[in-house]
Ligand binder design. Structure first.
Ligand SMILES: Cc1cc2nc3c(=O)[nH]c(=O)nc-3n(C[C@H](O)[C@H](O)[C@H](O)COP(=O)(O)O)c2cc1C
Length: 191
């Protein structure tokens, strides 16, 4: 069975820097000699994801499916199916985007079922040292809550305008390395 890595992009805009870096991480993931890897890309901006209504007495304590009918049902199935994730977010006011937050909150309905999934984190901000670390840190806490395994470092990029990060060769290489690390971690866990 090939290792499957899902890239999740939390930017609401087209040609986003986050999307470029997440895609690059997936390129890295697919390019490890002798390892069979499938990758998938999930653009949250193309999905209908409603806000968590906080009825965790139903899904979490009640062990019943989330009652909200939107695209999140299929997304949750996908999260359970794959081995690892690349989670990318733009930095918005020193945190992750609202889109990413909405997606993450809705995973409460499968809490406890993402244990030992492997995650790599990417955050992009328009200013230098302007909250990328905090955005990445809040994703890190999300992963820890789910008992996921994480790469010890994350990719933090500075790029303000759409697509700008494409000119940062070193950052693209860092993203590819992150993708490879995630696959290697999955391979270790599978053994
Ligand atoms: C609502 C909003 C808030 C933002 N807040 C920050 C911020 O706190 N720090 C920062 O570095 N950039 C901030 N930015 C800039 C974006 O992070 C930047 O444009 C980045 O390239 C977005 O990534 P994307 O191209 O993947 O969407 C903000 C942009 C928006 C729209």
């Amino acid at each position: 069975m090939p290792t499957t890595i899902l890239g999740i992009v939390g930017s609401p805009r087209k040609n986003s820097n986050t999307e470029i870096l997440v895609k690059e991480a997936l390129v890295g993931a697919r390019n490890i000699p002798g390892v069979s890897v499938d990758t998938k890309l999930l653009l949250l901006r193309k999905k209908n994801i409603q806000l968590c209504k906080g009825c965790n007495d139903i899904c979490y304590f009640g062990d019943k499916p989330c009652p909200i009918k939107d695209d999140m049902g299929k997304i949750l199935d996908e999260l359970l199916r794959v081995d690892g994730y690349i989670l990318g977010t733009p930095t918005y006011f020193g945190g992750m985007s609202g889109l990413m937050r909405a997606f993450m909150d809705r995973t409460v309905s499968i809490f406890g079922k993402l244990k030992y999934k492997v995650a790599g984190i990417i955050s992009v901000g328009g200013g230098e040292f302007d909250g990328q670390e905090l955005a990445a840190q809040s994703i890190r806490v999300f992963c820890l809550n789910h008992s996921m395994i994480q790469n010890c470092w994350h990719v933090s990029a500075t790029a303000a305008k759409p697509g700008e990060v494409i000119r940062q060769a070193a950052k693209l290489a860092e993203a590819r390395k992150l993708g490879q690390n995630i696959v290697r971690l999955v391979e270790k866990i599978k053994k």
